[in-house]
Structure formats: structure tokens, C-alpha cells
Ligand binder design. Structure first.
Ligand code: BES
Ligand code: MN
Ligand code: MN
Length: 457
């Protein structure tokens, strides 16, 4: 639509500067030192939604960080789109690996570098600018509701309660989320699935205090070494997860579905080169796309214990710990996996140490239908602005709210992400290409229009 194009072209620079301002707020939800920044970020999001044309915006307090709720209801008979996103970001460390400050966004080679550039400030903000485009050009065709939360990166603990308590207010025909990736700009894609998650912490304790490793080493179990042995045993020789019952409920794909999934463009040599690895790794019998898309996995996210400072200290540590997460696929239950994991860890812990296992957070996998009106509207919107039909893919990440929306509100989601897998999410030098940012802002209004048209039948 020409009016949209013109409006976006005229306001291009402002759209970018507003995002850069948002990226300057270090809204790190995991770090309580940033509590006031997270809070301030919510207020800025509220302000921006109002400026973009939302007619009711509210900062809804929770037991944790607030949820920003906003809406523009133009005509109750129109279909309603609920946009979900998150204004909190991951911690930026290790800081020394950033080429520029994580909260001092810079544009280099057509890319915005900053924590949250892609995950998810850059992506949810596209929806704010899309709303502004439609509102200012008097071309809205759907009602739109926004729910932008501040605790996604720490497990969205208070979101389920909020959704349950606000069922009426959140009523919508579809949830639209931009918090996932595309294959590339040449190969636009739509994610049709997300994995679930069970996140655990394991603490192994040996002696009641740190000991001199010469005086006691060799005679008292070293919890760091024992923990490593336990972790190493969690995968078998085929790189399958070695926890009894782990695969029991896994939904298997038909061979036709697997073939389709593997038809997505994927260059394994490029992949290895980008990551600086000589070989890929994973469950025997599955391709890389299958390993990240449709198979459950187990990862060690962090491991610590003993002396890690400068130089050498001869010590036999009293404790060692690890953070271990499992990605889950449809039909697995995060609660059940937490239980299997805990029981198994207790069973393999030798008598010379004691162990504590704690579940940190979890969520269920989700698949989104490809025959719905909403999916077809997204497909057509992308085809309109990219000139190519998007390829359906299964993503490896998790957005637990997708399963919750379905369970509590009975609404399915569309995952219309414009990021790239190598945007360095959760890593140093997170980026978002300007092209992707503007392409998202261009595409979203078409989703509204097609969703409205197709909903009329
Ligand atoms: N946006 C990501 C999830 C994602 C990234 C999905 C890329 C698909 C492709 C989200 O912010 C995230 O990081 N989720 C966490 C889980 C959450 C419960 C902490 C994740 O996937 O680790
Ligand atoms: Mn995200
Ligand atoms: Mn994230």
C-alpha cells in the first residue's frame, strides 16, 4: 500500500532512533541491580504505545516486573490481534567480548548492535511502528491488543496468573509474536513450532569445607570431579539423553514430515564455518535441523566450583554445581521430565557426596497450525513484501507463553519472527539488521489486512 510505504519512508529515521533509545535502557530482568531500569523500560514502552495510537495503555503490576498492556479497539466487530513480546533482555556478560557497549547501540554495516536489538526489543517494536503506520494512515482493519512483559528471559513466572486473571481483557482471535528467526532474507520462513524447557540446578557437596588438596586429595571425593562424571553420563555413545523414560512421550514425526523439514535450505559447511567448529554433534540418526527442531536435548549451561580466580590455589572444593536445561518437544511434559531428571540424578550420585536438585523454571513445547486463517495471512503478508512464500520451519528456542495462551485462552499463535539465528541472541554482540527491522514494520500491516479479509470468509 502506497500510503504505508510513504509514511514509513518519511519516518524511517525516527523509527530507528526510537528503537535505539529503547536499547539504551539496560532492562536486564535476571539482575536485581537493574530493577529500576526494567521498571523504567516498562514506562517507556507504555509511552510509545500511546504515541503510536493505542487508546488505552496500562502498566500492570505483577509479583515481579510489570506487564505493559495496551489496546486499540476500533470496531468490536473486527477481528482482534493480540501482540505478545518482551521488553526485558538477557544479561550482557561476558562484557569484554563486546565490540561496543551492550547498551550503547551502534550501527555498523547496516546492523544495529546492542543487547535486545533482536531479542526482543527490535522485534516487538516493529509492531508498535506498524500500529502507528496504520493508525496515522487511517487504515486499521483489526483491533489490536499488546501485552509486552518484562520477565520472559527469567521464565515468565507471573505471566500465567496475569493471563488467567485477565481472560476477558486478552480475548483475541490470534496471538501474533515476533520473537523467533527466519532462515535468511533470501529464504523467508515462519516458525511452526517451539520447544519446551525444563531448567534444573544440581549442587554436589563433598566435605563440609574446602580442604587442602595435598593433605586430603585422593582420600576424599572431589565434588567437582564427581559432578563432571555424573554430567558426562547423561549422554550415551549415540549422544542420546541417558535418563530412563526421557524419550517415552516424544511425538515422532512421519517420514514425510521429516523429509519436508529437511528440504529447508541449510548449508552445513556455512553453519560450521559461522560457528568456528570442525564438526557438528548430536543424536545419532538425526540431521542438524531435526536435532534442533524436533528432538529433545540436554545442555549444560554453566558449571562451577572450587577456585577459578587468577593463578593456582591448591584446594579440594566442598561444593560444585551445574545449571542443566532440557529442551522438550510436543507431548513431553516439563513437570514429568523434571521428576525423571531429579530421580535419575539422585540415583547416580555416589555415597561419597550428597546432592541437591532444584527445578528453576519450565514450559511446554508448542506447534502452530499451518492451515489456519492466521497462518495463511502471515504467509501471504510475507509473500507480499519478500516476493517469496515463507518456508515453514521448526525452531529450537522456547517461548513458554505460547502453550499457556493455548491452554488458558484457547488461542493459537503465529510466530512471525524477523530475526536470524546468528543474530547473537544471548551472546556478545547481539545484532539486528536494519533491513530486517524495516521489513518487519512493512510486513505487519499486511498481516492485519489479510487477517481481516480472510476472517470475513
Ligand atoms: N526469543 C527467544 C526464543 C527463541 C529464540 C525462539 C530464537 C526461537 C528462535 C526467547 O527470548 C528466549 O530466549 N527464550 C528462552 C526460554 C525462556 C523460558 C528463558 C530460551 O529459549 O532459552
Ligand atoms: Mn525473546
Ligand atoms: Mn531470549
Amino acid at each position: 500500500m502506497q500510503a504505508w510505504k510513504d509514511f514509513q519512508e518519511q519516518n524511517k529515521e525516527r523509527f530507528l532512533n526510537e528503537l535505539l533509545d529503547l536499547l539504551r535502557i539496560p532492562s536486564v530482568s535476571a539482575d536485581s541491580a537493574h530493577a529500576s531500569d526494567v521498571q523504567q523500560c516498562a514506562e517507556v514502552v507504555m509511552q510509545r504505545l500511546l504515541e503510536a495510537g493505542a487508546d488505552k495503555v496500562e502498566i500492570c503490576p505483577t509479583k515481579g516486573y510489570p506487564i505493559v498492556y495496551g489496546e486499540k479497539i476500533t470496531d468490536p466487530s473486527w477481528p482482534t490481534i493480540l501482540v505478545y513480546g518482551h521488553y526485558d533482555v538477557q544479561p550482557p556478560d561476558p562484557l569484554e567480548l563486546w565490540h561496543s557497549g551492550p547498551f550503547e547501540p551502534v550501527i555498523k554495516d547496516g546492523r544495529i548492535y546492542a543487547r535486545g536489538a533482536c531479542d526482543d526489543k527490535g522485534q516487538f517494536y516493529m509492531h508498535v511502528k506498524a500500529l502507528e503506520t496504520m493508525a496515522k494512515t487511517h487504515s486499521l482493519s483489526c483491533n489490536v491488543k499488546f501485552m509486552i512483559e518484562g520477565e520472559e528471559e527469567v521464565g515468565s513466572e507471573n505471566l500465567g496468573t496475569f493471563v488467567t486473571e485477565n481472560k476477558e481483557r486478552l480475548k483475541a482471535d490470534v496471538v501474533l509474536i515476533s520473537d523467533t528467526s527466519m532462515i535468511s532474507m533470501e529464504h523467508p520462513s515462519l516458525e511452526t513450532g517451539l520447544r519446551g524447557l525444563a531448567y534444573m540446578e544440581v549442587e554436589v557437596t563433598g566435605p563440609n569445607r574446602d580442604l587442602h588438596s595435598g593433605v586430603y586429595g585422593g582420600a576424599v571425593a572431589n565434588p567437582a570431579a564427581i559432578l563432571c562424571q555424573m554430567i558426562a553420563s547423561l549422554h550415551d555413545a549415540d549422544n542420546r539423553v541417558n535418563i530412563p523414560g526421557f524419550y517415552d512421550d516424544v511425538a515422532e514425526l512421519s517420514s514425510a514430515e521429516r523429509t519436508a523439514l529437511n528440504e529447508a535450505p541449510f548449508d552445513i559447511e556455512e553453519y560450521k564455518k559461522d560457528l568456528g567448529i570442525h564438526e557438528v554433534w548430536g543424536e545419532k540418526g538425526y540431521t542438524t535441523l531435526e536435532r534442533t527442531g524436533i528432538r529433545p536435548t540436554l545442555e549444560v549451561n554453566g558449571i562451577w566450583g572450587g577456585y577459578t580466580g587468577e593463578g593456582a590455589k591448591t584446594v579440594l572444593p566442598s561444593k560444585a554445581s551445574a545449571k542443566i536445561s532440557m529442551r522438550l518437544v510436543p507431548n513431553q511434559s516439563s513437570k514429568k521430565i523434571e521428576k525423571l531428571f531429579t530421580e535419575h540424578i539422585k540415583k547416580i550420585t555416589p555415597d561419597c557426596v550428597t546432592v541437591k536438585v532444584k527445578a528453576l523454571h519450565g514450559g511446554e513445547a508448542a506447534v502452530t497450525p499451518t492451515d489456519s486463517i492466521a497462518y495463511r495471512a502471515a504467509d501471504k503478508a510475507i509473500e507480499t513484501t519478500f516476493g517469496k512464500k515463507p518456508i515453514p520451519t521448526r525452531g529450537g528456542g522456547s517461548i513458554p507463553i505460547v502453550a499457556l495462551f493455548e491452554e488458558i485462552l484457547g488461542i493459537k499463535s503465529v510466530l512471525m519472527g524477523f530475526g536470524l539465528d546468528n543474530d547473537n541472541l544471548h551472546s556478545p554482540n547481539e545484532k539486528f539488521d536494519l533491513f530486517n527491522y524495516y521489513k518487519g514494520i512493512e510486513t505487519i500491516p499486511y498481516f492485519h489486512r489479510y487477517f481481516a479479509e480472510m476472517s470475513k470468509g
